[in-house]
Ligand binder design. Structure first.
Ligand code: UDP
Ligand code: MG
Length: 272
């Protein structure tokens, strides 16, 4: 329980820094340069102030590009997320709603020791967090089968990755749109490959309605499911096509019993 609180508090901090990130960096640079100039030159001639500012900026950039600054003082990229270890690797797990991603991910975790992060689960946890400013927003997007603004999802994923201390992740149900894929790869980590669970809509519908009998999820009902299918085909599937063109997709057919599907799934992890 305590761990849950710590995680969610940390994710709130991530949000804070998320939106403060750019302003913080923008305001840090000139003031660092300005104080260096003041210390060196007092009220001396203009050229000395400029030289001081130049020195200050030079020192900042030198430290920045050589990794001498502590993580929290460097806002990386537009979201201001702190960098992860260089050897962190990520496999994206995609497929329509109800394709069986969660079930297969659990098996991969067991056999290959990845950490499984479901974007949907992280969003649902944030929705439940007392005091979250995003609870209602997340709930509305999920019910409508729409994609939650990526700043929130990426901050939650980044936070969970940091806290796990692991180096190998299965990121399940994300990225759900091309811009999310690009933003995550630019600002968090490149993906190793994408595991795509291919399943016909009729089969997914059957599974989701079955799951809806007991899942208690606000989106496991026929109205939400129809909207989720539209979002998947129109917005999320292009991510699979994008990585396919780069030869970075490994496809698994879902129309088999779980064990059989897993045989195909695991084959993609044997030579990593
Ligand atoms: N969702 C989102 N961004 C994500 C992942 C999930 O906005 O990166 C939202 C979206 O509204 C989606 C819902 O969460 O329909 C449920 O996602 P989940 O992955 O749990 O459902 P699944 O597709 O696995 O059934
Ligand atoms: Mg899922």
């Amino acid at each position: 329980m305590a761990a849950v609180f710590t995680r969610l508090r940390a994710s709130a901090l991530a949000h804070k820094s998320l939106f403060a990130g750019q302003a913080r960096l923008a305001s840090t640079r000139p003031s660092a340069a300005g104080s260096a100039a003041t210390n060196l030159n007092g009220s001396g001639p203009v050229y000395s102030v400029m030289a001081g500012a130049g020195l200050g900026l030079g020192a900042f950039y030198y430290a920045y590009f050589n990794g001498f600054l502590p993580e929290h003082s460097v806002a990386k990229g537009r979201l201001g997320l702190s960098p992860l270890a260089k050897d962190v690797s990520v496999v994206f797990v995609l497929g329509g709603p109800g394709a069986g991603k969660g079930t297969q991910c659990a098996r991969i975790v067991e056999e290959f020791g990845f950490v499984h992060l479901s974007a949907g689960d992280l969003l649902r946890a944030e929705r439940q967090r007392a005091g979250s400013p995003y609870g209602e927003l997340i709930n509305n997007y999920i019910k409508e089968g729409q994609i939650v603004p990526m700043e929130i999802t990426i901050a939650l994923l980044h936070q969970a990755m940091k806290e796990s201390g692991s180096k190998r992740f299965l990121i399940d149900g994300f990225p759900r749109a091309l811009d999310q894929a690009q933003c995550f790869e630019d600002e968090v980590c490149k993906s190793q490959f994408t595991l795509y669970f291919d399943c016909p809509d009729e089969e997914m519908l059957r599974r989701l309605l079955k799951r809806g009998e007991s899942s208690g999820r606000v989106d496991d009902n026929i109205e939400s499911i129809k909207k989720r299918f539209v979002t998947f085909h129109e917005t999320s599937y292009p991510v699979v096509e994008y990585y396919s063109k780069m030869n970075k997709v490994k496809t698994v057919s879902c129309l088999n019993p779980v064990d059989k599907v897993y045989e195909q799934t695991r084959s993609h992890f044997l030579h990593l």
